[in-house]
Ligand binder design. Structure first.
Ligand SMILES: [Zn+2]
Length: 262
């Protein structure tokens, strides 16, 4: 399974990833065949002639993720701020929510996106996957998730590390100025630092930057917040973009599972 991994989360290899739309449908027949005998595909590739697919994946920074114990549990995503904590035995969809939390070792949760910001949170013994489009970001879905980790699991923001996955960035995410103004009313005038004015009452907003700002101000360490992957609209790679391709663009899946408590 080719997933984009968070470079600094090498200790969490095999329990997180940003899975491109094609991979989300399952590995290609070629890769599946290579994986049949259990040898990691990268080691089977003759150095002189790596398959184009794998070569391209490596150029794009995609690593070889490991399938989680379960197909990641999903929710009905509604651009809200509800947080659902999953339990073993749960079935997808687990309910209407844009943030899923798991505190069961190996039990993966995932959210699907195509331009919206996929956010993975990893803390000792507990993880979360968050879907943050502009509506969820405005309403503070990532802050609601941090609060859940604190109140239910006693996890301080300083113990959490966060990865903001491939999403439409400040280069391309054009919205009405009126929407940015709603962010500024709710979160303060510092939001305008993430805004680039365009003609006709429009501009672009850096949504990943906004969520990073919220996390930082809530107490997550600056070095614990990482942007992973390109802009889905203009960047390279296999990432789906709703704005570029329309509703049939496919979805990437951001997933994470808890490791054992240290
Ligand atoms: Zn862009």
């Amino acid at each position: 399974m080719l997933d984009l991994l968070v470079p600094s989360w090498s200790d969490a290899a095999g329990r997180h990833g940003f899975r491109p739309p094609d991979a989300a449908k399952g590995p290609s027949p070629a890769l599946r065949a290579q994986q049949m005998d259990g040898t990691p595909p990268a080691e089977q590739v003759p150095p002189a002639q790596p398959p184009q697919e794998l070569l391209r994946a490596q150029q794009l920074g995609l690593g070889l993720g490991v399938q989680p114990l379960n197909e990641p549990l999903r929710a009905q995503q509604v651009h809200g701020v509800a947080v659902i904590e999953v339990s073993p035995g749960a079935q997808s969809p687990v309910g209407e929510a844009d943030a899923l939390v798991s505190a069961t070792v190996g039990l993966a949760v995932g959210i699907a996106t195509a331009d919206c910001v996929p956010i993975l949170l990893d803390a000792p013994g507990v993880v979360a996957a968050v879907h943050a489009g502009w509506r969820g970001s405005l309403e503070g879905v990532v802050l609601a998730t941090l609060r859940h980790l604190a109140t239910r699991h006693g996890v301080a923001p300083a113990e959490v590390r966060v990865a903001l996955g491939p999403s439409i960035d400040g280069c391309c995410f054009e919205i009405e100025r009126e929407i940015a103004a709603r962010f500024a009313v709710r979160w303060g005038s510092r939001v305008w630092r993430l805004w680039r004015e365009r003609p006709a009452g429009k501009g672009t907003l850096d949504l990943r930057g906004f969520n990073a700002l919220v996390l930082l101000e809530a107490g997550v360490g600056e070095n614990a917040i990482e942007r992973v992957g390109p802009c889905t609209f203009c960047g390279p790679g296999p990432w789906a973009s709703y704005r570029r391709e329309g509703p049939d663009c496919g979805r990437q899946l951001a997933w994470v599972a808890p490791g054992p408590r240290p």
